[in-house]
Structures are given as C-alpha cells and as structure tokens.
Ligand binder design. Structure first.
Ligand code: THU
Length: 128
C-alpha cells in the first residue's frame, strides 16, 4: 500500500469522527505488516477529559483484534498537518517500532519515524 493510499484511508476514517465540542475531526489509518488497515476517528465526550484521539482508536481496535505487528500509520486532520499528540506518541511507542513511519498530510505528504516524534519514549525496562 502506498503512502497516498493510506492517507486516503485516514481521510475516509475522519468522516466517522464524533467531534461536536472541538469541531476538529481527525482520521487515522493503521497498516499492519500483513496488509490489513484499521481505521480510527476521534470520539469526544461532554466530559472533555474523556475524549479519545483517532490514532488510539485505530490502535486499540487493532490490538483488541490480536494485531501486534505494524507497518505505518497515516493521520489526517481538518486543516493541514495533524501530528499525533504526545499521549498518542507514547501509546503508539508501546506497540510500534521506532522506525515505523508516521505519514502526515500537510502541503504535501510527510513521513516521520515514530522515534523522531518521540525520542526516548518511556519504557519500564531498558531495551535489550
Ligand atoms: N485529536 C486526535 O484525534 N488526535 C491527535 O493526535 C490530537 C487531537 C482530537 C482530539 C479532539 O477530539 C480533537 O482532536 C481536538 O483536540
């Protein structure tokens, strides 16, 4: 799957966003190494602290289906580049390798390694 195709999946996922409070819709598409794509959108709540980001919805869907091997994630927001928030970076780093590409759509497609977005991610054990 090309970066453009995965961004297209994220744009499709964004249509499902429930964002009546921020009015800011986000879509994410997480590609597994086996070629399956898990879509996620942000889901907000009247208790604002309970809002959930698109990236974590996609990741938790995949994890709950038994997936553990990820190839890339694409993220699309409402206006221009939408890099993942700090919490999503940390949660992604639990399951995804540092060199996993995070594909973003600004004026053009951008590709960033997860470790570039979150250097020295927190782990309980030092990496062997
Ligand atoms: N949001 C995401 O879905 N992903 C991010 O990485 C940053 C923020 C959502 C959460 C909230 O519903 C809206 O964008 C505004 O913060």
């Amino acid at each position: 799957m090309t970066d453009e195709e995965l961004i297209g999946c994220a744009a499709k996922a964004k249509r499902g966003a429930y964002a009546p409070y921020s009015h800011f819709k986000v879509g994410a598409a997480l590609l597994t190494r086996s070629g399956k794509v898990y879509l996620g959108c942000n889901v907000e709540n009247a208790a604002y602290g309970e809002c959930m980001c698109a990236e974590r919805v996609a990741l938790f869907k995949a994890i709950s289906e038994g997936e553990r091997d990820f190839a890339a994630i694409a993220i699309v927001g409402d206006n221009g580049l939408c890099p993942p928030c700090g919490s999503c970076r940390q949660v992604l780093s639990e399951f995804c390798k540092g060199d996993m590409p995070v594909i973003l759509l600004g004026e053009k497609l951008e590709r960033h390694a997860l470790s570039e977005l979150l250097p020295l991610s927190f782990r309980l054990e030092a990496e062997k």
